[in-house]
Design a protein around this ligand. Structure first.
Ligand SMILES: [Zn+2]
Length: 718
């Protein structure tokens, strides 16, 4: 049995041994992905959690520490592509700390180890932890001779040719440097260069990169150094390996020397004397993070005196004189540059925060949804406060963003201390930013509640709604027309040439014909070409007959999603029957209205939306033109030949004893019956269990056949 998640001190020695074995394998697997192939499977936070679990188990059961324990080595073995380089001094990794208490413990541990009293002050350096690739660069007699990755800490990969292409790394050092110098630091890709590269990839229709670190890793491990050169990698020096002579006696002094030798060093490095100052600097760096043009994932603290570093020495795998204080992996501060409004297919005005790009949970985040105007004010969907009073989100605000898993990034809160004196509350537009029509918050007739969504009332005159409608129409679960994506829809929509313009769905199907007589040929337009135009026409023509549920879904009726569309298709069978019923249901009463509401899974809100849709003459006109081009197929009925209930409408009422309501329904449907929620003239059979009430009465009144559960069972098994 897995013991994962059990408290360490409740485990038996056998359980601990088994879990350590599993952890060793799992961590080795993730190390290989992280250091070798550059595409991690889990977040850094999850990885750290595995490592901490391993450490905790080993601390409790030191006798169980394995030969292949993750605590004994750092990272993955080098790959075969690059020749190995044995580091003159191993490249070790730092212990991580995650909380203020951890940092206090670290500092207290240093004092204790050295036998110092708190008033015998020890200086520490504090600097951002760059989220890049560690590198060791060796100079002999002032000339760059080798550059190697960290690899497993002992042996790295020889990437000298690629490192030479990085402009920030000198090939030669000034006269008078020690005979052997090994500079260690981090190779990284600037955020601005990363974003520019992704824009270029996007323009070329290629897959974009996930984050700067993986991209830097991939760029560095190119066999062709020219590719590396094109990626504009950068470097920060912060440590050293073998040194023939020591040019300084403090950490801070060493890094300043590297700067004098021509290496870039991080300007945020400080020398500090107390835990309070260290933690204050951590907070400052955290707030400055979005403005930095490079990713960082924490702050590194080191004992400044090299003599004290020497005395403190190492634990099995990491120095006692340093620690990396990590930022929470799924959260970061950043700045709201702008609040923009997007108008959707149903006219909903959705505010989006444009953020200063920041890497959160391993992914670069540039936008966060703000949902609606109440959310901006800090009010939830039920009117409850989700952020303190006055913590409304404003342009220019510094905010805490959270990204967990694949969820769209959220803004958790505003950092009030960073709010500019002239920051103004966001004024949510009362008109549609696209078409200028009034935008309103509807009031639910039943509950009297005001909708949290503000909608454009422009309908068809609203370009945003019209293009979103088209995009919905061609989307995967609707007409699924390949070659007609979002970009192409915008192109055809905006085009003023009558042989190219597509403003409503039927025009998609007349495009080829209109093109035949036109001099403005699509194939001559940038981004199309003869082959792709041919493919586009083929894809369009392939959809001239289409499943009924796809057709209904594609109409884009509010509240009618895929599931509802399938229910409707099954219930009505043909488009004609469906459309006729919608028109007959217009008065919101009568048989057609009752039948519609009787369909299991269709509520009144949905029913109303459909009827409203068919009341709009413009919709009827567009569908009319569409039906000239497209034939919706009859809804597929399950193969039920011979079943006595196929095609019958059945209502279950009262309590069933032989099966659940869901089971009864599924069984009936599998035999080709339609299951309805209420009784009407169209009902064929009412199956009544004990306690059946008004539905049974109504069935008798209408002369509908009724039976009990046993009779029903006999019927369907007969
Ligand atoms: Zn509009």
């Amino acid at each position: 049995m897995s013991t994962e998640g059990s408290a360490v001190d409740t485990l038996t020695i056998e359980e601990a041994a088994a879990e350590l074995e599993r952890l060793a394998k799992e961590i080795a697997h993730h190390d290989a992905l992280y250091h070798g192939k550059d595409q991690p499977e889990i977040s850094d936070a999850d990885y750290d959690a595995l490592k901490r679990r391993n450490d905790a188990l080993e601390a409790r059961f030191p006798e169980l520490i394995r030969e292949d324990s993750p605590s004994r080595h750092v990272g993955a073995a080098p790959s075969v592509t690059f020749s190995p380089v044995v580091h003159a001094r191993p490249m070790l990794s730092l212990d991580n700390t995650f909380s203020q208490e951890d940092v206090q413990d670290f500092v207290a541990g240093v004092y204790r180890f050295l036998g110092r009293l708190p008033d015998q002050s020890i200086a520490f350096t504090a600097e951002p932890k760059i989220d890049g690739l560690s590198m060791s660069i060796r100079y002999e007699n002032g000339r760059l001779v080798t550059a190697a990755t960290r690899g497993d800490g002992t042996t790295g990969e020889n990437v000298t040719a690629n490192i030479r292409t990085i402009a920030e790394i000198p090939n030669e050092l000034p006269k008078g440097v020690p005979a052997v110098v090994e500079i260690r630091g981090e190779v990284y890709m600037a955020k601005s260069d990363f974003l520019a590269l992704n824009r270029q990839m996007e323009a070329e229709g290629k897959q974009t990169y996930v984050n700067p670190r993986n991209t830097a890793a991939g760029s560095l491990r190119q066999l062709d150094a020219k590719v590396t050169a094109s990626r504009k990698l950068k470097f920060f020096a912060y440590a050293w390996g073998e040194m023939a002579e020591m040019p300084a006696d403090t950490q801070f002094g060493m890094v300043q020397t590297f700067k004098d030798w021509g290496f870039p060093v991080n300007p945020l490095m400080k020398r500090l004397n107390s835990v309070a100052d260290i933690l204050a600097h951590y907070d400052e760096i955290g707030l400055e993070r979005p403005d930095l043009d490079y990713d960082i994932d924490g702050v590194v603290y080191k004992v400044d005196s090299l003599e004290l570093q020497q005395r403190l020495g190492f634990r099995s795998r990491s120095p006692r004189w340093a620690t990396a204080h990590k930022f929470p992996a799924e959260q970061a501060f950043t700045e709201v540059e702008k609040i923009e409004i997007q108008v959707g297919r149903t006219g909903a005005l959705t505010p989006v925060a444009r953020l200063k790009p920041i890497t959160v949970g391993g992914v670069v985040v540039t936008n966060a949804t703000l949902h609606n105007e109440d959310y901006i004010k800090g009010i939830g969907n039920s009117g409850e406060r989700i952020r303190p009073e006055e913590h409304d989100i404003r342009e220019g605000d510094t905010v805490i963003v959270q990204r967990a898993g694949d969820v769209i990034p959220q803004i958790l809160d505003v950092v009030m201390e960073k709010r500019a004196a002239d920051a103004r509350s966001y004024e949510f537009p009362k008109t549609c930013p696209v078409c200028g029509s009034h935008a309103v918050r509807e009031v639910n007739e039943k509950t009297g509640k005001t909708d949290s969504v503000r909608r454009c009332t422009g309908g068809f005159i609203c370009r945003a709604q019209a293009t979103e409608h088209l995009k919905h129409f061609v989307s995967r679960n609707a007409f699924d027309i390949e070659g007609l994506g979002s970009k192409q829809v915008d192109f055809f929509f905006e085009n003023e040439d009558p042989s190219l313009q597509i403003r409503t769905a039927p025009e998609i199907f007349t495009l080829e014909k209109r093109q035949q007589d036109s001099l403005t040929k699509l194939e001559n337009i940038d981004g199309f070409g003869k082959v792709s135009v041919g493919k586009l026409y083929a894809a369009i023509n392939e959809r001239r007959s289409i499943a009924l549920h796809r057709f209904i879904y594609a109409l884009g009726i509010r509240h009618v999603g895929e599931t509802t569309a399938k229910l409707l298709a099954r219930s009505y069978g043909t488009y004609e029957a469906f459309a006729t019923a919608m028109k007959e249901a217009a008065p919101l009463s009568g048989e057609a209205w009752t039948d519609l509401n009787a369909i299991e899974g269709i509520g009144e809100v949905v029913a109303r939306a459909m009827v409203e849709f068919y009341k709009e003459p413009r919709n009827v006109e567009v569908i009319g033109r569409l039906l000239d081009e497209v034939t919706p197929a009859e809804a597929e009925q399950p193969v039920t030949a011979g079943s006595p209930v196929a095609g019958k409408t059945v209502v279950f009422t009262g309590s069933l004893e032989k099966f659940t309501r869901d089971e009864a329904k599924a069984r009936a449907e599998s035999l080709g019956a339609k299951v309805a929620g209420s009784v009407s003239k169209k009902t064929d059979i009412v199956v009544a269990g004990p306690g059946a009430g008004s539905k049974l009465d109504k069935a008798r009144e209408l002369g509908v056949q009724t039976m009990d559960e046993d009779e029903w069972l006999a019927l369907i098994s007969g």
